[in-house]
Write a protein that binds this ligand. Structure first.
Ligand SMILES: [Zn+2]
Length: 409
């Protein structure tokens, strides 16, 4: 078994106690950021020191659990930079969508691109994410908009997981947009069939005026329960639809976006085990309302951050950038932001027993910053990640930090 000894760190982020499935945000201040050393033994975080194959000089570094990005739309084909220009010059997203842009444009690109090219683009983005510290990520289907294409998207999502360094999951966002020729009700009949026939780790739905309604969310909740799959939902992004109480009643693992969360739904959400996944990249680039991140944290919600990496509303792959936005726009502390893209994000993916925090026995997914953690949001848009370990092995080391590693694994 190979061993890695990370020594002299200025800070190591640890939870207040081991074995927590999540930490509510009113307790984020209990996260510890103390100096010290860390042992990686094989693919696990360990507690004792023995023979060492690789020594890592972490002088001046913050050592964090690898980031978990629980909300991306990988894989997708192409980009929509032209739409971004329309959007910033004043054309509303719903109008772009009605003109055949938006999700439909990405669906056309997806169907016109062969498997190898889709996977090559997604693997390139996964490499970018790795260099920004993301060691686990979720991807979604949703750019298929037909039964066959949605199943292809799920299959390509699995294939991506085989190719990349990270641990990945696949969410079936089969109810993303209503395909041409279907009503929302008729498409939900198809969704039921896709779920029966497709290998995914969770189900998701987009509730919005141009997509699906609360009754479809309720129906997907029943489908998810029947298949023993976690339910997730894109809700309250552009309008207040009061979808949150329905998702919470259905036992959803997460509700994502929440820029237009109804004030009356905040406290019940915070008291539930449904995580509040906030996507400040989409909020910022889409000039959306700002989700009530401060109030959710104060109310003790399980708060989470994701990139929402997608070709339309958030072409952002960097969780350090997302952390910078969240700290400024939600008024969050550094610990609150870190919690939201480590342990609590792992909870959303059902992986907090194996990832998301530095604890003995968890997977040795660990990153080094070349600064204290406080610089992560403060030096906004700079990527301080200088080394990334996945399952106990160096998966990426920034060239100017190669001197920190001595030995080999
Ligand atoms: Zn999304």
């Amino acid at each position: 078994m190979t061993t890695v000894w990370i020594s002299g760190a200025e800070e190591i982020l640890r939870p207040p106690e081991d074995g927590l499935p999540y930490l509510r945000h009113d307790r984020a201040g209990e996260l510890r950021l103390e100096g010290g050393d860390l042992m990686l033994s094989g693919d696990r975080i360990d507690t004792f020191s023995g023979d060492v194959d690789l020594r890592v000089d972490a002088t001046g570094c913050a050592v964090l659990p690898g980031f978990v990005d629980c909300h991306t739309h990988l894989p997708f084909a192409g980009w929509r930079a032209d739409e971004y220009e329309m959007q910033v010059t004043g054309v509303p997203y719903e109008e772009i969508s009605r003109r055949g842009g938006g999700i439909a444009a990405s669906a056309r690109a997806f169907s016109a691109t062969d498997d190898a090219a889709v996977l090559a683009q997604a693997a390139g983005l996964a490499a970018e994410m790795l260099q920004s510290g993301t060691t686990t990520f979720e991807g979604k289907t949703g750019y298929g908009l037909s039964v066959d294409a949605e199943r292809r998207a799920a299959r390509l999502g699995r294939a991506l997981g085989e190719q990349v360094a990270q641990t990945t999951t696949v969410t079936g966002l089969f109810a993303h947009a209503v395909p041409q020729g279907f009503t929302a009700d008729a498409w939900m009949d198809e969704v039921e069939g896709i779920v029966d026939a497709t290998d995914v780790d969770a189900l998701d739905i987009y509730v919005e005026s141009v997509a699906f309604a609360n009754e479809h969310l309720e129906r997907l909740g029943r489908i998810a329960a029947a298949h023993d799959l976690p339910l997730r939902a894109h809700v309250e992004q552009f309008a207040t639809n009061r979808s949150v109480p329905i998702a919470v009643a259905a036992g959803a693992r997460s509700v994502d976006h929440l820029a237009c969360l109804h004030p009356d739904d905040l406290v019940p959400l915070a008291a539930s085990e449904t995580a509040a996944v906030l996507l400040p990249g989409a909020e910022f680039l889409g000039a959306e309302q700002v989700a009530p991140g401060r109030a959710l944290a104060d109310a003790g919600a399980i708060c989470v951050l994701g990139t929402d990496l997608n070709p339309g509303t958030s072409p952002v792959s960097s969780l350090p950038a997302i952390i910078g936005l969240a700290v400024r726009r939600y008024g969050w502390s550094v610990r609150e932001a870190l919690l939201a893209c480590t342990l609590n994000a792992a909870y959303v993916l059902g992986m907090s027993d194996a990832a998301g925090s530095i604890e003995a026995g968890k997977r040795a997914d660990v990153i080094l910053l070349d600064t204290p953690a406080s610089h992560l949001p403060y030096r906004f848009a700079r990527n301080p990640v200088c080394a990334v370990f996945v399952a106990g092995r160096p998966a990426w080391v920034r060239p100017d930090s190669a001197w920190r590693l001595q030995g080999s694994v």
